[in-house]
Write a protein that binds this ligand. Structure first.
Ligand code: FAD
Ligand code: MLT
Ligand code: ZN
Length: 470
C-alpha cells in the first residue's frame, strides 16, 4: 500500500490503477494469456517515468513497459505473480516537433503509429512505417520490437527510420539522444542497442524519426499465381523492372483469403470465387514521389510481360483510391480472421528469398503428414523474406486442446526447417516471453552470451521486463 501511495504521489491518483478491471492491460491481443499486475502506472512525462523507475528499484519491483498492447509474443503483459508493475507509456502522446530542414519528426513514445503518420502528412511529409495494428500500437512499442510492416522493402524496418531516442535507463536516469544527427560516430550506438530490446534494456520515452517525401502517385494490383516459384520469379522481376517504385509485395495463400471470406463475408475478394481460385495471391504496390514520371506505362508494360511469360495467371488493378484501400483491407483482415477462427500457432519467420519456395513445399508436406487436416495460413511480407506461416487446427476440433497437445511439436518442426535454410525464428514480432525458449535453441551460443553480458551490465538488478527475450 505504501508503495502504491508513492506512485500516486508521482503520477496522480487517476493514473495508478489497481484491483479488478485491468484486463485490457493484463491480457495479450491474441487472448492467450491473462497476467496479474501489482498495478498499472501511467506517468505523464519522462521525468515521472524516471521517478517511477527509481521507486521500483528501491522496492525491487519488476517493470513491464507497455504501449498499445498489440504485441504478439507476450512481451508487454505481466506474469501471474501479481508482483510486476505495468508501466504504460500511453499518456506520453505528444508530437514534440517537426524539423523540416532535417526531414525529421520528434514524438513521444505513447503516440500511436497512425497519429504520427497523420501529423507527418499534415506537414506534407511521409512517415512510412505501416501495419495492421497502426491504429493502436505505439511508436515506443514499434521501436522496442523493431517492427517491420508492409513498407520494409522500400523504407526499411523501424530501426532504419530512427534518428535518435530519449530513454529512461534501468537506473532511472534520463538519456537524451534526440539531436537527430544523420552522422554521429562517437562510440557505441546505444540507440540501436535499445531498438528491438523489447523493454529489457531501457524505457523509450521519445524518438526522432526520419520523414520522407509524400508519395504523389500510388498504384495497387492484385495478382493470382499458381506456384511459389512463380511468386519468387515475380518478386525478382518486380525488383528489376520497378526498382525503387516498388513499395510493397505482400503474399497470401488461398486459405488465408478463404478465412477472410468466412469471417468477413462483406469483404469482396478479387480473383477468388467458388470453383475458381488460385493457390497464391500477391498485393503489389508501386509509388512515386515525383509527378514527372508517369508510373502507369511502366506498370502496364510490367504486368503485360508477367502475363505473357505465364508468371501470373490473372490480374485485378485498383482503379481508384477506394479500391486500393480495399485491397489493403483484405490483406490486413487476415490476422483478424485468424483470431476469429480461434487460437492458432503463429510463426513470424524470415528466410533468404531464394529459399522460400522450397521451404514452403517441404514444410507444408512435413506438417500435413504429421498432423492430419491441419490448415496452413501462409501470408506475409515476402518482399523482404518475411512469412507468417501459421497453423490453424483441423476444422471442427478444439483449438485449445490442439495447441496444448501439438504446439511444441509444430514449432520444433517449423523452426528446424527455418534453421536448415538459415532463416530467423522471429522476423518482426520479437521474442517476448513466447519464443524465449526457442531462442536458446536457434540463436548462436556466442550471440546469446554477448546478449546476457549486455543485459547484466545495463540492468544488473534485472528490473526491466525480466523473463522476456533472455
Ligand atoms: P506492446 O504490445 O505494448 O509492447 C511490445 C513490446 O515492447 C513489449 O515487450 C513491451 O514491454 C515493449 N515496449 C512497449 N513500449 C515500450 C517503450 N516505450 N519502451 C520500452 N519498451 C516498450 N508487427 C510488425 O512488426 N509488423 C506488422 O505488420 C504487424 N502487424 C500487426 C497486425 C495486428 C492486427 C496486430 C495485433 C499486431 C501486429 N504487429 C505487427 C505486432 C505489434 O503491433 C507490433 O509488435 C507493435 O510494434 C507493438 O507496439 P505496441 O505499442 O502495441 O507494443
Ligand atoms: C501481419 O503482417 O499481418 C502481422 O504481422 C500480424 C500477424 O502476423 O498476426
Ligand atoms: Zn507482419
Amino acid at each position: 500500500v505504501e508503495v502504491i501511495n508513492t506512485f500516486t504521489h508521482i503520477v496522480g491518483e487517476p493514473y495508478v490503477l489497481i484491483g479488478s478491471g485491468l484486463e485490457d492491460y493484463t491480457t495479450d491481443w491474441r487472448k492467450r494469456t491473462l497476467g496479474k499486475a501489482l498495478a498499472v502506472v501511467l506517468p505523464g512525462n519522462t521525468q515521472e517515468v524516471a521517478k517511477v523507475v527509481k521507486v521500483c528499484i528501491a522496492h525491487n519491483i519488476p517493470i513491464v513497459p507497455q504501449g498499445g498492447n498489440t504485441g504478439l509474443v507476450l512481451g508487454g503483459i505481466p506474469d501471474n505473480s501479481g508482483r510486476q508493475l505495468i508501466l504504460s507509456l500511453k499518456r506520453l502522446h505528444h508530437i514534440r516537433n517537426i524539423d523540416v530542414a532535417n526531414a525529421c519528426i520528434t514524438v513521444e513514445a505513447g503516440c500511436t503509429l497512425i497519429s504520427i503518420q497523420v501529423a507527418a502528412k499534415k506537414a506534407q511529409w511521409f512517415f512510412p512505417l505501416s501495419m495492421g495494428s497502426e491504429g493502436s500500437c505505439t511508436i515506443g512499442g514499434n521501436l522496442a520490437t523493431n517492427a517491420g510492416g508492409t513498407q520494409v522493402l522500400r523504407y526499411g524496418t523501424t530501426r532504419d527510420l530512427c534518428l535518435g531516442l530519449e530513454i529512461v535507463t534501468p537506473q532511472g536516469e534520463v538519456l537524451d539522444d534526440l539531436s537527430a544527427l544523420r552522422k554521429d560516430n562517437t562510440g557505441y550506438d546505444l540507440r540501436h542497442l535499445l531498438i528491438g530490446s523489447e523493454g529489457t534494456l531501457g524505457i523509450i520515452t521519445a524518438a526522432s524519426l526520419k520523414l520522407f517525401p509524400l508519395p504523389k502517385t500510388k498504384s495497387h494490383v492484385w495478382l493470382a499465381l499458381t506456384d511459389t516459384h512463380l511468386v519468387l520469379d515475380l518478386l525478382v522481376i518486380a525488383r528489376q523492372r520497378l526498382g525503387t517504385y516498388l513499395s510493397a509485395f505482400e503474399v497470401m495463400n488461398t486459405f488465408s483469403l478463404k478465412l477472410v471470406r468466412k469471417h468477413y463475408p462483406e469483404i469482396a475478394i478479387p480473383l477468388l470465387s467458388d470453383g475458381k481460385d488460385y493457390p497464391w495471391y500477391v498485393l503489389l504496390e508501386v509509388s512515386d514521389t515525383t509527378t514527372i514520371t508517369n508510373l502507369q506505362p511502366v506498370l502496364q508494360a510490367f504486368l503485360e510481360d508477367t502475363l505473357k511469360d505465364s508468371i501470373v495467371s490473372d490480374i485485378a488493378i485498383a482503379q481508384n483510391l477506394q479500391q486500393s484501400q480495399h485491397f489493403w483491407k483484405i490483406r490486413e483482415s487476415i490476422p483478424l480472421a485468424q483470431s476469429r477462427e480461434g487460437l492458432n500457432v503463429k510463426h513470424d519467420i524470415a528466410l533468404p528469398s531464394a529459399q522460400i519456395p522450397i521451404f514452403v513445399t517441404q514444410t507444408d508436406l512435413l506438417l500435413s503428414k504429421e498432423f492430419r487436416d491441419i490448415r496452413i495460413v501462409n501470408y506475409g511480407h515476402w518482399g523482404d523474406g518475411n512469412l507468417h506461416y501459421n497453423i490453424q487446427c483441423p476444422e471442427g476440433t478444439d483449438p485449445k486442446t490442439f495447441l496444448a497437445e501439438y504446439e511444441t511439436n509444430i514449432n520444433q518442426m517449423v523452426y528446424a526447417q527455418v534453421a536448415k535454410y538459415r532463416g530467423s525464428i522471429s522476423a518482426e514480432h520479437g521474442i517476448g516471453g513466447l519464443k524465449r525458449r526457442a531462442l536458446q535453441g536457434y540463436k548462436s551460443p556466442v550471440a546469446l552470451a554477448m546478449m546476457r553480458t549486455i543485459k547484466k551490465a545495463l540492468d544488473p538488478k534485472n528490473i526491466l521486463n525480466p523473463g522476456r527475450v533472455l
